[in-house]
Design a binder for this molecule. Structure first.
Ligand SMILES: Cc1ncc(C[n+]2csc(CCOP(=O)(O)OP(=O)(O)O)c2C)c(N)n1
Length: 688
C-alpha cells in the first residue's frame, strides 16, 4: 500500500464532500476536509464491519457525532461498498435522497444513529458501548467471545462543549468502558468563531479527570501518527480512549482554519483553488480514481471474511451453549420469549389502591426475570421511581465491595448487571438509552420524575425520529406530588410530550392499566413509549363492574355507561379517572346518564379506526368533560366545541398533594358541577 494511494483515497473522499456540498449549494465542507485522514485510517485499518451486511451483530459501531459533517460518512459508506451509489452522493440533501443533510438511522445503510444535534452522538456511543459491555459480560463464555467489538466516534468541538457529552463521558469513564474510542476533531473552530473565545479549558485533562485514556496526534494529516494513536486506543481496554487529533478545518481551502469554512459551500472559485492546492484535477467533479475505489472496496471482502469467521465461531458457541445462544439471538432480533408476561400480577379491586409507580415496580420485577433484554435504570431516583430490578445485578465495573455497596439492587456488581445507575444525568440517560436501543440486544428503560423529562427532550425526540425502542418511566406526574412544590410539579409536560411525533405517551389510571401499559411498552418494538405514573395511591378499579383494563391498548375505552344511553361523557386519564367514576355514580343518582371514558393514551386512540373512536366518543353526544391534572392544551379535540376541560394552566404550589388537588379544582364536587354545566350548555346549543 503506497502513501500516494492512501492520499488519493483521502482526497477522493474530501472532494466528494466538497463537490456534493457545492452541487447542493448547502452543507458543511470544512469538517470533511480536515477530518478525512483520521476517518480514512480508522475505516481502512481498524473498523470491523461488513459493508454488505450493515446489521452484522459483531460489527464495530461507528458514530459521526459531528453529524453536520455527514458527507464524510457518506463518502466512506460509498467508497467501502455500502448500498450507496455515486448518484446518491450527487443527490446530497435533495428530496427523498439517501444522503440527507444529517445522518439518519434507518434511512441510509451504515448509519448507526441519527446525529446532528451536537453532543448526542457521543452520548449515544456511550450507550452502544454499554450494550456491548453488558452483552459480552452476559453471553460470552470462555473461548467464545461472540460479542467483541469496539465503538468508535468522531466528535467535534461542538460535541465536547455540549453538556450531554460531559455527562455521558463522565459516566463512561466511571464505568470503564474500555472499548469506547472517541476521535476528537480538534480544529479550534466552531460555526461562528474560533474556540479561543468560547472553549479554552484543557479538554485532554478534562477527559483524564473523567477516567479516560488520552492520546494526542499533533498533525491530523500524519497517517502514521493516527495509526499509532488508534492502536493505543484500541489496545487500552480498561478505560475509554480519547484521541485528540489536531486538524485544520477546511484543509487546503482559502478559508482553512477559519470558521467561514465550517458550514457553507466553498463557492466555485474556492473549490477550484482547493483542488489546485491539494493537487486534485479540476474536472470532472465527483472524481473517483479507480485504484482508490478498488482499494477501499477491499472492505467488502474483508468484512465478508470477518463475518464468516464470526458465523463459524457463533455456531461453535451455540453448540456448546444452548439455550443461552437462543436467548442471545432472540434478544438481538427483539423477539419476546414465550411467556414473558405470564407473571405480571392482576391487581384486586381496592378502594385505597396503590400508586401507579408502585404497581409499575411490581410489574417490571415480574417481567424482568423472563425478559433478559430489559435493562435500564434511573437518574438517581430508583427509590422514588420504583424501577430497580431486584437482584438482577448492578451495571458497574467489577469490584470487590460487592453486595453491601450503598444503592446496590442486588445480584452482583459487574458489566453483566441489568440495573444501570445513570447518576443525576437525565440528558445523558436519554441519549445513552438511544445508543443501547440502536445497538440491538436490549430494551432499555429510563426513569425520573415527569418534570425532568424536560432535561431529556433532545434524546426523546431523536428516539422518536429514529424509531428506537426505548421505554421512559416518568413518575410524580402532577401537582398531586405535593410538597416539593411547583418546581417539581409537571403542568405542560404531558401536552408537550404528546406533541412529539412517533412517541406514545401512556398515563394509566390504576394498577391494572399500568400492567397493560407495560405490555404495550414492551411490544411496541419500533418506537419509544413513555409511561406517566403517579406518586400517590389511586384506587384499583373494580373490573367486575367496569370494562377490562385491556381497553388501554386502544388508547381510550368506555369504562362504564351505567347501563344507559349517555347524556354526558366524562373523560379522564391517570389519577383523575377515579374522580370521574365517583362523580358519575353520584350524577347517575340524580338521574343523569353518564359515560365514563378512561383515556390513557391519545396516540393509541388516534391510531384506532374512526368507527371505534366514534363508538367511544359518539359524535352526537356533545356534552363532554375531560379531567386531567395537567395543561388543558389539546383536549378540545376530544371534548369538542361544547365540551369543557378541568385542567391546570398555571404553576402548582407547595402543599400536601390532596390539598393541591382540592384547591386547584380536582374534586368530586367540581366534576359534578362542570358535568352538569356542559350538559346544560350542550342542550341549549342544540335548541338554538
Ligand atoms: C445542539 C446543537 N446546537 C447547535 C447546532 C448548530 N451547529 C452545527 S455545527 C455547530 C458548531 C460547529 O463547530 P464544531 O462542532 O467544532 O464543528 P466544526 O466547525 O469543526 O465542523 C453548530 C453550533 C447543532 N447542530 N446542535
Amino acid at each position: 500500500m503506497s502513501a500516494e494511494l492512501d492520499q488519493r483515497c483521502i482526497d477522493t473522499m474530501r472532494f466528494l464532500a466538497v463537490d456534493a456540498v457545492q452541487k447542493a449549494d448547502s452543507g458543511h465542507p470544512g469538517m470533511p476536509l480536515g477530518a478525512m485522514p483520521m476517518a480514512y485510517v480508522l475505516w481502512d485499518r481498524f473498523l470491523k464491519h461488513n459493508p454488505r451486511n450493515p446489521g452484522w451483530t459483531d460489527r464495530d459501531r461507528f458514530v459521526l457525532s459531528a453529524g453536520h459533517g455527514s458527507m464524510l460518512l457518506y463518502a466512506l459508506l460509498y467508497m467501502t461498498g455500502y448500498d450507496l451509489s455515486l448518484d446518491d452522493i450527487k443527490q446530497f440533501r435533495q428530496w427523498e435522497s439517501r444522503t440527507p443533510g444529517h445522518p439518519e438511522r434507518g434511512h441510509t445503510p451504515g448509519v448507526e444513529v441519527t446525529t446532528g444535534p451536537l453532543g448526542q452522538g457521543l452520548a449515544n456511543a456511550v450507550g452502544l458501548a454499554i450494550a456491548e459491555a453488558q452483552l459480552s459480560a452476559r453471553y460470552n463464555r470462555p473461548g467464545h467471545a461472540i460479542v467483541d467489538h469496539h465503538t468508535w466516534v468522531i466528535a467535534s468541538d461542538g460535541d465536547l462543549m455540549e453538556g450531554v457529552a460531559s455527562e455521558a463521558a463522565a459516566l463512561a469513564g466511571h464505568l470503564k468502558l474500555g472499548k469506547l474510542n472517541c476521535l476528537y476533531d480538534d480544529n479550534s473552530v466552531t460555526l461562528a468563531a474560533g474556540t479561543d473565545i468560547t472553549f479554552t479549558e484543557d479538554r485532554a485533562k478534562r477527559f483524564e479527570a473523567y477516567g479516560w485514556h488520552v492520546v494526542h496526534v499533533d498533525d491530523g494529516n500524519d497517517l502514521d501518527a493516527i495509526d499509532t494513536a488508534l492502536q493505543a486506543a484500541r489496545d487500552e481496554i480498561h478505560r475509554p480512549s480519547l484521541v485528540v487529533v489536531r486538524t485544520h478545518i477546511g484543509f487546503g481551502s482559502p478559508e482553512q482554519d477559519s470558521f467561514k469554512a465550517h458550514g457553507s459551500p466553498l463557492g466555485e472559485e474556492d473549490v477550484r483553488k482547493t483542488k489546485q492546492t491539494l493537487g486534485w484535477p479540476l474536472e470532472p467533479t465527483f472524481l473517483v480514481p479507480e485504484d482508490a475505489l478498488a482499494h477501499m472496496r477491499k472492505a467488502v471482502e474483508r468484512g465478508r471474511a470477518q463475518e464468516e469467521n464470526w458465523n463459524t465461531r457463533f455456531a461453535g458457541y451455540a453448540r456448546a451453549n444452548q439455550p443461552l445462544a437462543g436467548e442471545f439471538e432472540r434478544s438481538l432480533h427483539g423477539a419476546l420469549p414465550e411467556g414473558w408476561d405470564t407473571d405480571i400480577p392482576v391487581f384486586p379491586a381496592d378502594a385505597k389502591g396503590m400508586a401507579t409507580r408502585e404497581a409499575s415496580g411490581k410489574i417490571m420485577n415480574a417481567i424482568a426475570p423472563k425478559l433478559p433484554s430489559l435493562t435500564g435504570g434511573s437518574a438517581d431516583l430508583d427509590p422514588s421511581t420504583k424501577t430497580a430490578l431486584k437482584d438482577l445485578g448492578d451495571f458497574n465495573p467489577p469490584m470487590q465491595a460487592g453486595e453491601d455497596t450503598q444503592g446496590s439492587d442486588g445480584g452482583g456488581w459487574s458489566h453483566a448487571g441489568r440495573n444501570i445507575h445513570f447518576g443525576v444525568r437525565e440528558h445523558a440517560m436519554g441519549a445513552i438509552a438511544n445508543g443501547m436501543a440502536a445497538h440491538a440486544g436490549c430494551i432499555p428503560y429510563t426513569a425520573t420524575f415527569l418534570i425532568f423529562s424536560d432535561y431529556m427532550r433532545p434524546p426523546m425526540r431523536l428516539a422518536a425520529l429514529s424509531r428506537l425502542h426505548v421505554i421512559h418511566v416518568f413518575t410524580h406526574d402532577s401537582i398531586a406530588l405535593g410538597e416539593d412544590g411547583p418546581t417539581h410539579q409537571p403542568i405542560e409536560q404531558l401536552a408537550s410530550l404528546r406533541a412529539v411525533p412517533n412517541l406514545t405517551v401512556i398515563r394509566p389510571a390504576d394498577a391494572n392499566e399500568t400492567a397493560v401499559a407495560w405490555k404495550v411498552a414492551i411490544e411496541t418494538s419500533d418506537a419509544p413509549v413513555t409511561l406517566v405514573l403517579t406518586r400517590q395511591a389511586v384506587p384499583t378499579l373494580d373490573r367486575s363492574l367496569m370494562a377490562s383494563a385491556d381497553g388501554l391498548r386502544k388508547g381510550a375505552y368506555v369504562l362504564d355507561d351505567g347501563g344507559a344511553d349517555p347524556a354526558v361523557i366524562l373523560i379522564a386519564s391517570g389519577s383523575e379517572v377515579h374522580l370521574i367514576v365517583e362523580a358519575a355514580q353520584h350524577l347517575r343518582e340524580t338521574g343523569l346518564a353518564i359515560r365514563c371514558v378512561s383515556m390513557p393514551s391519545w396516540e393509541l386512540f388516534d391510531a384506532q379506526p374512526q368507527e371505534y373512536r366514534d363508538s367511544v366518543l359518539p359524535p352526537a353526544i356533545r356534552a363532554r368533560l375531560a379531567v386531567e391534572a395537567g395543561a388543558t392544551q389539546g383536549w378540545s379535540r376530544y371534548v369538542g366545541g361544547s365540551g369543557d376541560v378541568i385542567g391546570i394552566d398555571h404553576f402548582g404550589a407547595s402543599a400536601p398533594g390532596d390539598v393541591n388537588m382540592h384547591n386547584f379544582g380536582f374534586t368530586f364536587d367540581e366534576v359534578c358541577r362542570r358535568a352538569q354545566a356542559v350538559l346544560s350548555s350542550a342542550t341549549a346549543q342544540a335548541r338554538r
